[in-house]
Design a protein. Structure first.
Length: 234
């Protein structure tokens, strides 16, 4: 059995069970802990601890009426947990993670935009319209949801849960770090001008022009005035 081939110091018994039991595809119900305790030879208390880890990693959900269910694999929850801890230890860590995110988007740009279809193009153009309506409305609204959706939509067809998870985690940290607050209207208009250039290039299948707009857009985040460290988690 594959489970018996995995060293015990790499996966807990419960995580190994999730990964190696073919009868439990994503969305399938997991047996109650009392039943698993007998099957795996572990105490219920030990399994409960391991279950909490699996829940924090986004691998399972546990509800009173439906029981324990296996979820589709995603890298995001584990990254977010670690990032949140890292930012409490050192808020300046966000700059390093932001740099990593920039390199990921740059490295996967060509592959990502070439995988998008006409429906995706229409979705991106719609995000541009919605964002500009917010910026020019009364009162002005920050199009943060559109900002997040735009970037994640560009990379959604990569079929790579690790790239997707790292990018999704960035936006959760972005919100927690306080960068989704209003700075000035001119700044936000400039950001969305770059976004519009990126989207038009994507729709025209011009990978290079879109990449150049992406690089110029990323530089803007470092031009913003940073909040004092003691205000970062208000």
């Amino acid at each position: 059995m594959l489970r018996d081939q995995i060293p015990s110091d790499r996966l807990s018994e419960f995580l190994c069970y999730l990964a190696c039991n073919d009868s439990n595809g994503q969305g399938d119900r997991i047996p109650p802990l009392a039943e698993l305790s007998t099957e795996l030879g572990l105490s219920v208390a030990s399994l409960r601890e391991q279950l909490e880890v699996a829940k924090a990693m986004g691998l399972v959900e546990a509800r009173p009426r439906t029981g324990i269910r296996k979820l589709p694999y995603t890298f995001r929850p584990a990254v977010v947990q670690s990032l949140n801890y890292g930012l409490v230890v050192s808020p300046e860590a966000f700059k390093n993670y932001s740099d990593l995110r920039n390199h990921i988007e740059a490295a996967y740009w060509s592959q990502a935009v070439q995988s998008l279809n006409e429906s995706d193009h229409a979705e991106l153009r719609n995000l541009i319209v919605r964002a500009r309506e917010k910026l020019h409305g009364q009162p002005v609204q920050i199009p943060h949801a559109e900002h997040r959706a735009l970037h994640l939509s560009i990379y959604k067809r990569l079929n790579n849960p690790f790239v997707t998870g790292l990018l999704e985690a960035y936006w959760e940290v972005y919100e927690a770090f306080g960068l989704n607050v209003y700075s000035d209207l001119e700044y936000h208009v400039r950001v969305w001008d770059y976004h519009a250039r990126m989207v038009e290039a994507i729709c025209n299948r011009n990978v290079t022009v879109g990449y150049e707009a992406l690089m110029e857009h990323m530089d803007l985040i470092f031009q913003r005035e940073k909040k004092p460290v003691n205000q970062a988690f208000e």
